[in-house]
Structure formats: C-alpha cells, structure tokens
Design a protein around this ligand. Structure first.
Ligand code: ZN
Length: 329
C-alpha cells in the first residue's frame, strides 16, 4: 500500500510500504477518513517532536478488518482511534495524568498512523461508533476529545460568558461545547465565513479582532478559550478576561516560540492561565457526542481529498477558509 510518510523535517512523501498486520491485542482497520491537523504541518516543518520515518495521521477512523489474539471487538465494527498510548506504569500515568506520560507513543507521530488505506492500533485505543454513522465523522473524535479536555479545564457554567479565539475546527467545536454547557459564547476570528459558521453552531456574537471582542463585552469574559495557536491570541487572551477569570490555551505554538505575558495583570486581577494538552480519558465522550449528533461535525468538513493529494495539502499552508480537510484513502 502507499502511505504518507514523514522521513524528516520537510521530507514528506507518498511511500510504498507493507500493509500492517495485527500483533496480539491489536486491530487493523480500513481507514475511512483521516483529518489533516495543524500538528501535521508542525511535524512536517520539524516544529513538533516525532519519530521518523513514520506514517502521519492521528485523527482517523475506519472499519476493523483484522484482529490479533485476545481482541473481542468484532470484525466489521466502525471505530475511532485514540492515537495516544501512554505507558500506564510511570508515576504520571499512575496519578491519572496519562496525557503527560513521557513514554507516550502516539499513533501518527511515533507509530505509523492513518494517512494510509490501512492502519494498526491497540484494540484498547479504539472507540466503537455506530454502523450507520457517516464514515467521515469518526475523524473528528480525536480533535473533539482534545477540545473537551480544554473545555473541562475551563469548566464553563450556565450563564457565564465565554470567548473563543480562533474559528478553526477546535474553535468551532469549543463554541459548541461551551454552548452545550449553558454559556453565552462570543467567537473571534478574522475570517467572515468562519464567523458565520460559528453563529450557526451557537455563538451569540462574533468579532474579527480582540479589540472588537472587548468592545462587545467591555467587562470581559469568565473564560477565554485560545484555539488559534498564534502568538497574538495567546498574549492577548488574559486581557479579554473579567477579574477572576480563566484562560485555557489549546492552540499549539511552534516549539521555542515565546510570547509576552503581563504577570502583574494576571496577579492583580487573579487570572488563571491554564494549558490543555491532548485528550486524557475524553475520547469516549467525544465519540458519544459525535455519534449522538450533540456536536455537529458535517459543517466543519471543508474538503475531502484522496491520498495522492495529501502530501501537497500538508506541506502547503492551510487555505484561510478551510476548517477541516479530510483524507479519504
Ligand atoms: Zn506513563
């Protein structure tokens, strides 16, 4: 089979390789859809640690076609992959901080992933999806699970005000989760089409810029969810908080990037500045939210592309109007 393999920074190719065979406790799936993530571009540019040569793709789902010994999931089941495989033995895993496991082996980052017709994963990393679900939707389980962790940390309450920074896939799912939690949501994104999408998905208000958001809510928000992953929004998020408010940063800045922060402002207004990493124990809830339709993902699909077009799509900057591009191998 052909797979989208990263051989080193800037060296991403469609490479011929063997189809995966399941070891004990593994499943092999026929990939139905795999999402291109900002992290894939960071990996391509050498801005995020990984283990090349490796097939990329950590947001994917598909149909079980082979099982190793000891697997009880049925052949033919549709499953979404939780790509993170913490060791379960280290001090952090034993404290429940599995997303911080230093021995984590992530599928699509350290192990071959889903930008291929077939992919292998440990069966305990699979989350079963309904047989009648749109086969494209499972690819959203991993990004939704990451968004859920961030929203869990920010803990929006009914009647609170939440500002979401960034109109990409994480931002659009954060809008929906904050709305589900009973909050009033303001989405900030430069792209007009993404502001309209955010309004359709539950944002009461939208703004193009951070000052524009503050003009709408001069008292600030109880919670700011940074989902853009650019220095301007990470630096500017605390100023959008009301005193006593919280910021949760979900966006990924390239390793080594530094941004100015005003510690006196954080202290004097007691702003909590929190970070959210990966998807600890949230993948099952994400699968349920997508399977039940409580979170809408169909409007987030910008394009479907074949595997042949994947290298170009990952190596080029994203189109500003794209929310999620799915590879359908
Ligand atoms: Zn561990």
């Amino acid at each position: 089979m052909h797979a989208v393999k990263l051989f080193g920074p800037g060296d991403l190719r469609l490479a011929l390789c063997d189809a995966p065979k399941p070891q004990a406790a593994d499943i092999v799936i026929r990939v139905e859809s795999a999402g291109i993530c900002g992290t894939d571009r960071h990996l391509f540019k050498g801005e995020f640690p990984c283990a090349p040569p490796v097939t990329l793709g950590h947001e994917f789902s598909g149909i079980i076609i082979a099982r190793g010994e000891g697997v009880d999931l049925p052949l033919g089941a549709r499953v979404a992959c939780d790509p993170n495989c913490p060791c379960g033995r280290c001090a952090l895993c034993r404290k429940g901080k599995v997303n911080l496991c230093a021995n984590n082996r992530a599928i699509g980052i350290h192990e071959d992933g889903g930008f291929a017709p077939y992919a292998k994963l440990p069966a305990h990393r699979a989350h079963v999806l309904p047989p009648d679900l749109n086969p494209l939707f499972g690819a959203f389980c991993e990004p939704l699970a990451c968004t859920l962790h961030g929203v869990d940390l920010g803990a929006p309450k009914p009647g609170e005000r939440v500002i979401v920074l960034g109109g990409g896939v994480i931002g659009q799912m954060a809008v929906q989760l904050a709305k589900l939690a009973g909050a009033e949501v303001l989405l900030v994104t430069r792209q007009a089409a993404k502001r309209r999408l955010g309004e359709d998905l539950g944002a009461s208000l939208t703004a193009a810029t951070l000052p524009g958001a503050l003009a709408l809510w001069p008292q600030g928000a109880d919670l700011v969810l940074e989902c853009a992953g650019v220095p301007e929004t990470v630096t500017g998020a605390p100023a959008l908080c009301t005193p006593g408010g919280r910021v949760v940063v979900l966006g990924v800045l390239p390793k080594g990037t530094t941004v100015p922060i005003d510690p006196f402002d954080l202290l004097f207004r007691e702003i909590s500045l929190l970070y959210s990493f990966l998807n600890p124990f949230t993948q099952g809830r994400a699968a349920h939210l997508i399977a039940s339709g409580m979170i809408q993902v169909a409007p987030l699909i910008s394009r479907q592309i074949p595997l042949d077009d994947a290298v170009q799509a990952i190596s080029q900057p994203p189109h500003p109007d794209d929310v999620k591009v799915l590879i359908v191998p």
